[in-house]
Design a protein around this ligand. Structure first.
Ligand SMILES: *Cc1c(COP(=O)(O)O)cnc(C)c1O
Length: 391
């Protein structure tokens, strides 16, 4: 019998090359040698989910009415809790039935929305550097990702005037992400107005990823895209409970905004998944109700880490901006050192795992990303080790 020789599909083979193989190999080798690695590479909160959210899940999990298939669009009570939270936080009223869609984590919706609106050959504008799901979702739908470089001199905001007219004509969607992973930049209202104007002129759907809207510092809450006049006519915004409430493992998020865009995404989902376990939605309601109490505690922890770590990096001579939001620190590599080479050096010489900027897009070359998802003593230890790395 002939052995099965599975040929991966075009869409899988078209994904950008995986650039971390060498770093992964070095990481495994270091672990095998027993090196005490400090992992500043992953964007996954280290603290546990607040106990009252876990307790809400326990109670809800015991209810037989949650043991069956959930509703596709999400329980109305969850979507109402979302609308209430959003009104309180951003001062914008949403129709819980038409303008809120529950997601199995925001990544799920960010990944599926291209299947609803992108045809083969269409362009999708993607921030570079950026969350790798944007170009991957584009390729899975047969579209062509076109990168919008985020550069320090423009505050890591894309320049819409630099988009080639042919790309703008073929574009059906654009991803934006503020507060931004990986650069930690925030967007102001003027930027969002430019984005809305560009989207209107070219009939582009804006998908704004706001996963970090609640991880902010110095009591300066970032804007929501949907607060800006005209935003709801051109786009949707993705939100997540993952980062705000240390719930990355729970898989719960939501999309807000343009009702027909949400309905299109919902139509894709109806054919591929069956919604979120309702007990998890009940826990999500508990989280949103307790937001005013829980979110400030999460922010205070990251703010302490940010202040300690960024000051330490600056003292060592690194070029880095103080993040106003997110738990990322976007650090310029020393002159003449590429981001992959620098990541390798930090791993070899200091046992510190970081992410090379170029792994998140060509325009990320010259930077590395570090996360604030380890406790302060470990960040102090990381700074101590960095002191010994010659730059
Ligand atoms: C973490 C993250 C998400 C959220 O992922 P979930 O699927 O909601 O856990 C979305 N976008 C970006 C840029 C992220 O970093």
């Amino acid at each position: 019998m002939a052995a099965l020789n599975p040929q991966r599909s075009q869409r899988l083979r078209q994904l950008p090359p995986y650039l971390f193989a060498e770093v992964d190999r070095m990481k495994r080798a270091a672990l095998a040698r027993g090196v005490d690695l400090i992992n500043l590479g992953v964007g996954d909160p280290d603290r546990p989910t607040p106990r009252e959210i876990v307790e809400a899940l326990k109670v809800a999990a015991a209810k037989p009415e949650h043991h069956q298939y959930p509703s596709y669009v999400g329980m109305l009570s969850f979507r109402q809790a979302v609308a209430r939270w959003y009104l309180e936080r951003f001062g914008v009223e949403l129709d819980a039935e038409r303008e809120v869609l529950s997601l199995i984590g925001s990544k799920e919706g960010i990944g599926h929305i291209t299947l609803a609106f992108v045809n083969p050959g269409d362009v999708v504008l993607c921030p570079d550097p950026g969350y790798p799901v944007y170009p991957a979702a584009t390729i899975f739908a047969g579209g062509a990702p076109v990168s919008m470089p985020l550069r320090a001199e423009r505050g890591f905001l894309p320049d819409f005037d630099a988009i080639a007219p042919a790309d703008a004509r073929r574009a059906t969607m654009m991803y934006l992400n503020y507060p931004n992973n990986p650069t930690a930049a925030c967007a102001d209202a003027a930027f969002f107005r430019r984005a809305i104007d560009f989207a209107r002129r070219h009939s582009i759907i804006i998908c704004h990823d706001a996963a970090y809207s609640e991880i902010f510092y110095d009591e300066q809450p970032p804007l929501s895209f949907l607060q800006i006049e005209g935003a709801r006519e051109v786009g949707v915004e993705f939100h997540s409970l993952s980062k705000t409430f240390n719930m990355t493992g729970w898989r719960i998020g939501f999309a807000l905004g343009h009702a027909e865009v949400l309905a299109g995404l919902g139509a894709v989902k109806t054919n591929l998944d069956s919604g979120i376990f309702q007990a998890v939605q009940e826990a999500g309601i508990a989280a949103l109700h307790a937001n005013a109490r829980l979110a400030p505690r999460v922010r205070a922890i990251y703010q302490g880490r940010r202040d300690l770590f960024v000051a330490g990096l600056k003292k060592l001579g690194y070029e880095v901006n103080l993040p106003m939001a997110t738990f990322y620190v976007w650090v310029k590599t020393p002159a003449g050192c590429g981001s992959t080479a620098f990541t390798a050096r930090l791993l070899q010489e200091a046992g510190i795992v970081t992410t090379p900027g170029v792994g998140l897009g060509q325009a990320g070359e010259g930077y590395i990303r570090m996360t604030l998802t380890v406790e302060e003593p470990r960040l102090e230890e990381a700074l101590e080790r960095l002191r010994k790395v010659q730059v």
